[in-house]
Design a protein around this ligand. Sequence first.
Ligand SMILES: [Mg+2]
Length: 109
Amino acid sequence: MRFSEYQRLSRETAVYPQLGDNLVYPALGLCGEAGETAEKIKKAIRDDGGVLTDERREALAAELGDVLWYVAQLATEAGLELEMIAATNLDKLASRQRRSMLHGSGDRR
Ligand SMILES: [Mg+2]
């Protein structure tokens, strides 16, 4: 599945106040789902010695899907295309890799 197809299809399932003019709702949802994702990892560390069981891996995949859904809705609300976001991100990382700048910090490396 292409990102563009995911973005279009996921939008058909979007139901929240002021749909189409609401950056806040998907931004908050993204933070919430990122937290749920972190919880899955935390519990693997706490309960399973850091081992990702099949059950927890499945739960992690579901949370990552939730993260992806909110990323798609936030991108749509902002008038951005996931396909472009993904390509631009890879271009940025490839550039940093070529320049041996993958380590370190700063958004504009
Ligand atoms: Mg979730």
